[in-house]
Design a binder for this molecule. Structure first.
Ligand SMILES: [Zn+2]
Length: 300
């Protein structure tokens, strides 16, 4: 899930404590990935290719890699952890300290990804080496008993780590490798589809883009946020509502009646239809008519 998906979800649904914790973890992870991505964008030179969120299937199970760096003749798996606090690496596993609790070992998790990627490369006839790093991006994270042989990068080493990759890079041409890797990429994660949300349970209405508030119809063409007072054009608000629906219910078509319900019947069907004809492509005949946003290649 992306950060915006999490935001849509939180705004539209009452989540229980467990779901909230899960989302918080997810959000922290995403923030860490975003941070590392921006570092790479700034520091890594053009000889190095990076694939973000690489997913593929191997042996019937799905593998997700935060960042896959293609460098010369090597694929480097980067697993990002945005952990906060004190941790310890012991022979029998990975522990959080104060209070002591054994947690999932990020090294074993990434080792599994390494094995799966090796199989994947073999299948794609790509003769590349594979190595991996677990990168702890939070500078408020300490890892005790960490030895130099471990493929771990701490926050204080991030810049030097990226510099060392630059120094290693000499081969510029990865287009064949990238094309092959992309060809085997899973477009949609099975995990996302497991989110099973109940449309009828969602809070209905038009959401504000600047705060967590809700918009009310102000004039013929504009809306006003009831919380922060921000104004917004009807077109933008409807576009965002369609994106929300597409994100939370990726398998369901956007129909006039569904959209109408989603926005809390803020507009009459005829007005909404006129607007949809402007901002969307319409598909299907009268009965099954549905819409996709114009200029939207990612979510259609
Ligand atoms: Zn607002």
């Amino acid at each position: 899930m992306t950060i915006s998906e999490l935001e849509f979800l939180e705004r539209r649904y009452d989540l229980d404590r467990e779901q909230q914790l899960e989302l918080e973890l997810e959000r922290k992870g995403k923030v860490g990935e975003f941070y590392f991505k921006s570092l790479m964008d700034n520091k890594l030179n053009d000889n190095i290719a990076v694939i973000t969120d690489y997913r593929f299937e191997s042996g019937g199970s799905e593998c997700q890699i935060d960042f896959l760096i293609v460098l010369n003749n090597t694929c480097i798996i980067i697993e990002i952890k945005n952990f906060y606090g004190d941790f310890e690496l012991r022979d029998d596993g990975f522990y959080r300290l104060n209070p002591l609790r054994k947690i999932k070992n990020p090294l074993s998790q990434t080792e599994r990804a390494e094995i799966m990627l090796k199989n994947q490369l073999k299948r794609l006839n790509l003769n590349l080496d594979v190595r991996y790093y677990v990168v702890f991006v939070n500078d408020q994270c300490s890892l005790y008993q960490l030895t130099r042989d471990k493929p771990i990068v701490m926050a204080s080493q991030l810049n030097r780590f990226l510099e060392s990759l630059n120094e290693e890079a000499y081969d510029k041409n990865h287009s064949y490798t990238l094309k092959k890797l992309e060809s085997a990429r899973l477009k949609e994660s099975r995990y996302n589809l497991e989110l099973k949300l109940d449309f009828s349970q969602a809070r209905k209405g038009l959401t504000c883009q600047s705060c967590s508030g809700w918009l009310e119809v102000e004039t013929y063409n504009s809306l006003k946020c009831q919380s922060c007072g921000a104004d917004e054009k009807i077109e933008n608000a409807i576009r965002r509502s369609i994106t929300e629906m597409k994100t939370l219910f990726p398998n369901d078509a956007i129909t006039l009646s569904r959209l109408s319900e989603w926005i809390g019947h803020a507009y009459t069907p005829s007005k909404l239809r006129r607007l949809l004809n402007v901002i969307c492509h319409s598909h299907g005949d009268k009965k099954g008519r549905h819409y996709t946003l114009k200029g939207d290649n990612t979510l259609s």
